[in-house]
Ligand binder design. Structure first.
Ligand code: PMP
Length: 407
């Protein structure tokens, strides 16, 4: 197990210490959402206990305090992903919100009849449907980078798809279903050589990999607070300043304007241009506590530890007859999807739940991936820094018991 200051790191996560159906909780549904450390929970209650106030508007003390905390958090996120400037960091509701924002404004700016958008075969629905909507609206076509049986993108096929009509490439950094780490740097280089900007869905990456948006040179990058030990309802959209300056606004409302008259409106500067209305203030402020938690724990240490657990569980699952691992990419992190021969994943999930183990079953919002493998769904285990090898041993014995009951 991961020790922090000589103590198991799980001690910092109160929700982990409970029983379900009389069994100690084993939480393996971290790709859906992670549990929260005390520091994040306290940051939320501290905000309401002390500085609750609307931001950017008030001259009064509390409003200044809340505004300062909100902007300090933006700076913390900017340095977490190494953005050049914190004005390139937009607070959103989450990954889905950030992708929809860019699909909408970039679609309006760039997409014309006959153009195309490239995504990949392993995208989450939230990086498929917004582009489908935009393609339908502007008469553009959606193209898909195919993958092989191991769940790796076919880069030669990607090269073949790139032409002058491709207006944006939107790909996931890490697949939430297969765990594949995609070669996003190479994808960005190839797209840029074609004059095409790239959006990275980093929902499953920021909590496992060190992200440097300047080094990646991505044009946009979206992620969610709740998958990186932070609160729900808050997320980040990074955009290169040159893009965010020239793209049109998304939603209209308070905060995103400089002046408004009935004949016209002057929009606010970045990042406020993309933050209409009262934002999720406590979420944004407590997201800093999540960033601090990852920084203090060390993303490199987190990744190394989780990879150790992933290899361990993979090797044990490989020994169980009748189980197929869906997704065998060479570069993987955190998620392990299983298909049990002759058994519906839901039934396995229900039995594991009764044994205290939280896994996810189903298509994981990646129905095209299920279609590719011709399966109804998988049982997915996804890891976080507080999981342990003992939990994996218990999972393996419980999985064997569940399979014996079902086949
Ligand atoms: N992309 C990926 C790869 C995801 O795993 C998820 C969440 N499962 C999302 C996007 C959507 O994130 P959210 O629901 O937080 O907007």
């Amino acid at each position: 197990q991961f020790l922090y200051g000589g103590e198991p790191i799980a001690k910092q996560f109160p929700a982990l210490h409970q029983s379900v159906y009389g069994k100690p909780l084993v939480y393996f549904d971290n790709a859906a959402t992670t549990q929260k450390p005390f520091s994040v929970i306290h940051a939320i209650s501290d905000y309401y206990n002390t500085i609750n106030s609307n931001i950017h508007r008030g001259v009064h003390y509390l409003s200044q305090k809340a505004t300062d905390a909100y902007e300090v958090s933006r700076k913390a996120v900017a340095s977490f992903i190494n953005a050049r400037n914190s004005s390139e960091v937009i607070f959103t509701k989450g990954t889905t919100d950030g992708i929809n924002l860019i699909a909408d404004v970039y679609g309006a700016y760039a997409l014309k009849e006959g153009d195309s958008v490239i995504i990949s075969a392993m995208e989450h629905h939230s990086n498929i449907v917004p582009w489908q909507l935009m393609c339908d609206k502007h008469g553009a076509q959606l193209k898909v980078i195919p993958m092989n049986e191991d769940g790796e993108l076919l880069m030669d096929e990607f090269a073949n798809l790139l032409d002058e009509r491709v207006k944006i490439v939107a790909v996931g950094y890490v697949s939430n279903t297969l765990g594949t780490i995609n070669p996003v740097k190479e994808i960005i280089e190839m797209a840029h050589a074609n004059g095409t900007p790239v959006l990275i869905d980093a929902a499953q990456a920021v909590q496992h990999l060190s992200i440097d948006v300047q080094d990646l040179d991505c044009d946009f990058l979206a992620f969610s607070g709740h998958k990186m030990y932070g609160p729900t309802g808050i997320g980040i959209l990074y955009g290169k300043e040159e893009w965010l300056e020239k793209l049109p606004p998304y939603q209209g409302g308070g905060d995103m304007i400089k002046t408004v008259t009935f004949t016209g409106t002057e929009y606010n500067e970045l990042p406020f241009k993309y933050e209409a209305g009262t934002p999720h203030i406590d979420g944004a402020i407590s997201l800093k506590a999540a960033v601090d938690f990852i920084n203090e724990t060390g993303i490199g240490e987190i990744a190394a530890f989780e990879n150790g657990l992933l290899h361990y569980v993979t090797s044990l699952v490989n020994e169980i007859p009748g189980i197929e691992i869906i997704g065998r990419a060479k570069a993987k992190t955190s998620a392990l999807s299983l298909s049990v021969k002759g058994v519906h994943p839901y039934d396995v999930g229900v039995l594991l739940d009764k044994m205290g183990i939280a896994v996810r079953t189903g298509h994981h919002c990646t129905q095209p991936v299920m279609d590719f493998y011709c399966i109804p769904g998988t049982v997915r285990l996804s890891l976080a820094v507080y999981n342990t090898a003992d939990e994996i041993d218990y999972f393996i014995s419980s999985l064997k018991r569940a399979i014996n009951m079902l086949v």
